[in-house]
Write a protein that binds this ligand. Structure first.
Ligand code: ZN
Length: 309
């Protein structure tokens, strides 16, 4: 090895945070948080996300790799609000004794609607996934995401004080981007006529979004998130759409195309596309980051609500 090459290798080895081995290992509980932590941490952190894209954090089963990741972490970042019922046991199994940042700390929590014990909680896990009536999906209000970013920055600063200038600068830039995004969502929703800001959805993760941006959310009558809708359920939904003059419907657990077509044929409601609620998409999907997810959802919502059939 010539001296120049050796010098450059040595320089690379001592270059600091650009190298994975020198980065602070941080574990984030799910994909949306993982993206936020990566934005604030930049190249000073190495982020491991436990519940990845397109996966449901409500019913997650931690793996041996997760135990290892948490055991090696310098900081653990969770949503809180009862979202990660499996986290305490995972932290214990890992012997983790480090700091835990609760990203939602300081948001005004919403109550879960009574019948919205949503997602397919396995019976055996029910006690651990108990939401205690609190709705965990606070990130769907972009103003809450700003609170998340401030909490994440504070957690990183405490765990790695030397990185404070980096974390504060990254957080400030990201917060500015989120404030612009919040304004963008408000503008898009405000452009819709007031009587069309209403959807039926089986996603019960939009309460914070609806409250923040003026969207009325109606639960589909006679249909649970745990089983496939029947033709009779669909007849109920059709009646509800007519009675409440609902412009659009997002019901992901009606997978039977004939039933969807029946709803479309017998009502004026638009059957909307896929909304992202609890997880990002894969990198090549429509919602690989938090900002992309909000933009995708607002585009999908306003497209359905603005179109008259
Ligand atoms: Zn959820």
């Amino acid at each position: 090895m010539n001296r120049l090459l050796l010098a450059s290798v040595l320089a690379m080895l001592t270059a600091g945070p650009a190298f994975a081995a020198d980065r602070m290992p941080v574990v984030a509980s799910f994909s949306i948080l993982g993206d936020m932590v990566s934005r604030v941490g930049g190249d000073r952190v190495s982020v491991t996300t436990l519940v990845g894209p397109d996966s449901d954090a409500h019913v997650y089963e931690p793996t041996p790799d997760d135990v290892k990741a948490v055991a090696g972490a310098k900081l653990l970042i969770v949503n809180g609000l009862g979202f990660e019922g499996w986290m305490d046991r995972l932290a214990e199994a890992s012997g983790y004794a480090g700091p835990v940042t609760v990203a939602s700390q300081g948001v005004a929590p919403h109550e879960m609607a009574e019948e919205e014990d949503h997602h397919d909680h396995a019976e055996a896990d029910h006690a651990e996934h108990d939401h205690h009536g609190v709705d965990p999906h606070a990130w769907q209000d972009v103003a809450n995401a700003v609170i998340y970013i401030k909490n994440i920055a504070a957690g990183l600063n405490a765990a790695d004080p030397e990185g404070k200038a980096t974390y504060d600068a990254n957080a400030a830039a990201y917060v500015a981007e989120l404030e612009a995004l919040d304004a963008e969502v408000r503008t898009a929703m405000a452009a819709l006529p007031a009587d069309r800001r209403k959807i039926i959805t089986s996603h019960d993760a939009f309460d914070y979004f609806g409250a923040a941006y003026g969207l009325e959310l109606l639960a589909p009558e006679g249909i649970s998130t745990e089983s496939e809708a029947t033709a009779a359920d669909v007849a109920d939904i059709i009646r509800q759409i007519r009675e409440d003059a609902v412009p659009a419907i997002f019901v992901e657990n009606i997978k039977d195309r004939r039933l969807i077509d029946q709803i479309a044929a017998e009502t004026n409601a638009v059957v909307g596309g896929e909304l992202y609620t609890d997880a990002l998409s894969a990198k090549d999907g429509p919602a690989p980051t938090y900002v992309d997810m909000i933009r995708h959802n607002i585009g999908t919502l306003t497209e359905a609500l603005a179109s008259k059939r």
